[in-house]
Design a protein around this ligand. Structure first.
Ligand code: PLP
Length: 400
């Protein structure tokens, strides 16, 4: 049955029911079709699959463990487990799809990877993949973000990547997307544009999901081996939705598992103070695909905010949009303050400092544990919190 789901979604045009697709200029359409065709033939080849498996094991350090949180479970009730993507090489799940995209580039005979980055996490993961394969890499980043996220700029440069400052408009992610696309279109033959989540025009939402499926496949086996049954609840944070799609994909057919996608409620539900796209948004088109979006009166992407910069996107993956309408996944939100509290709670109770993005999922899991003390909860801990330390301490201080 589960294979049926993956054969059915997306359809050949890249639609997850009404969502997804590719709403892009004709010249780009041809390039996306080439990537799609290459992906379909290459990703099924024995050589590609065995090379990716080898990379996952010997370079990324997979499988990452599933860990039972003894102290948290005792305090909150429930049985709380973490899928430790913070232990994946580079400290987050993003490398799972970046290695896949870069390997595809290699098999397609490309010489160079191009992408934009906001906070720099996708840029660093892609720079890592480029170094591994000996590919050139060019990351477009708004000047404002370059200043804010300087450690990630240094990481990219150390890894041999060229960071291109984007100086027009608001000098943040939106302008960086345009700039990266323009650079890609100058030479689509020898470069591959690499999207950083399950978003963008077809085939990216499908490809990135497929590369992240390893998280769910591992976690389902590991949890079953530990407990002889599947988890009652699976929780993941949702920005674009790649880590959530990765873990959910293995449980979509398990009626006994409830799936929860957690968005950032930020400071409040006023426009510009959150990024709860599915909780508060409505269907629309953004960045070349259809999904739930937060839009202003003119239909432009609304300003969004979250304490976790990896979650502040005014759209969301088309597959999540479909799963919401199907009621297969429950989408809910967690505020900045709740995420910060969970950040310290996990650090102090289990000795694991989570990324602020992941802390949203942890916060929700603690609520579920209180509500359902006899149930098990598997959280995708998408990344580690080292990148957030300065910000958290400067902004919130360290509790007694
Ligand atoms: C980028 C990032 C996210 C959000 O991206 P998704 O595509 O929604 O997974 C979540 N957690 C961490 C640690 C990240 O770096």
């Amino acid at each position: 049955m589960s294979e049926n789901y993956f054969k059915k979604y997306p359809n050949e045009k890249g639609f997850f029911n009404e969502y997804g697709g590719a709403f892009i200029p004709p010249h780009l359409e041809a390039e996306m079709k080439k990537i799609n065709d290459a992906y379909f033939s290459i990703s099924k080849s024995h050589r590609f699959i065995s090379e990716l498996r080898d990379i996952r094991k010997h370079y990324q350090g997979r499988p990452t463990p599933v860990f039972h949180c003894n102290r948290l479970s005792e305090k909150y009730g429930g049985q709380i487990y973490l899928k430790r993507e913070d232990l994946n090489h580079t400290g987050a799940h993003k490398l799972n799809h970046c290695m896949g995209e870069a390997l595809l580039a290699k098999y397609m005979g490309k010489k160079k990877l191009i992408a934009e980055t906001g906070a720099g996490q996708h840029g660093v993961a892609l720079a890592t993949a480029a170094a591994y394969f000996g590919l050139e890499c060019e990351i477009h980043m708004g000047e404002v973000d370059i200043e804010k996220e300087y450690p990630n700029v240094l990481r990219m440069k150390i890894l041999g990547t060229k960071v291109i400052p984007v100086t027009h408009g608001l000098k943040t992610l939106k302008e960086a997307v345009d700039s990266a696309f323009d650079a890609y279109l100058e030479d689509p033959v020898s470069t591959l544009y690499c999207i950083g989540s399950v978003v963008g025009p077809h085939p990216f939402p499908m490809m990135v999901r497929d590369f992240q499926r390893v998280v769910g496949i591992e976690a389902r086996d590991q949890f079953f081996e530990m407990n002889g049954e599947l988890p009652d609840n699976v929780v993941a944070c949702v920005g674009g939705g790649s880590n959530a799609m990765g873990i959910f994909s293995a449980f979509l057919e398990d009626e006994e598992c409830s799936l929860y996608g957690i968005e950032p409620a930020g400071k409040s539900f006023k426009t510009g103070e959150h990024a709860a796209t599915m909780t508060k948004g409505k269907p629309g088109i953004i960045h070349g695909f259809k999904c739930y979006t937060l839009q202003d009166e003119n239909g432009d992407p609304a300003p969004v905010y979250s304490v976790a910069s990896g979650l502040d996107y005014p759209g969301v993956g088309p597959e999540h949009s479909m799963l919401k309408d199907m009621n297969k996944v429950i989408y809910d939100s967690i505020s900045d303050q709740e995420a910060i509290d969970a950040f310290f709670e996990l650090s102090r109770m289990e000795g694991i400092i989570p990324a602020l993005e992941s802390a949203h999922a942890v916060a929700y899991a603690l609520k579920l544990a209180k509500k359902y003390p006899r149930q098990s909860i598997l959280v995708n801990l998408s990344g580690r919190g080292d990148k957030d330390l300065d910000f958290v301490v400067d902004t919130f201080g360290i509790p007694e």
